[in-house]
Design a protein around this ligand. Structure first.
Ligand code: F3S
Ligand code: F3S
Length: 105
């Protein structure tokens, strides 16, 4: 799977959403999250993020390692909806993300 990391927090550019062929990039209150089971590893989202927030799971920079878990944890209650557009904005951000201090861009 691919993982969205810290540069997305409080920015949410959303260019990535347009590229995903399986609509597996979901919106939380603070950032967006890639569904680890729904992502087909096509990689189309990665180059279009203007702040380089998206990484293949093996390439997530060490300081953002916790985001791999955060992307998965976002779906604890949502499960596998099979499409982000019908879900829309949710406030399901995992606690460590929800409680982060505001990030300035
Ligand atoms: Fe976030 Fe980049 Fe997508 S800022 S919403 S990961 S284009
Ligand atoms: Fe979609 Fe990016 Fe995965 S475009 S299929 S989330 S690699």
């Amino acid at each position: 799977t691919y993982v969205i990391a810290e540069p997305c927090v409080d920015l949410k550019d959303k260019a990535c959403i347009e590229e995903c062929p399986v609509d597996c990039i979901y919106e939380g209150g603070r950032m967006l999250y890639i569904h680890p089971d729904e992502c087909v590893d096509c990689g189309a989202c990665e180059p279009v993020c203007p702040v380089e927030a998206i990484y293949y799971e093996d390439d997530v920079p060490e300081q953002w390692g916790a985001y791999t878990k955060a992307n998965a944890d976002f779906f604890e209650e949502l499960g596998s909806p099979g499409g982000a557009s019908k879900v829309g904005l949710t406030e399901a951000d995992p606690e460590p993300i929800k409680s982060m201090a505001p990030v300035e861009h």
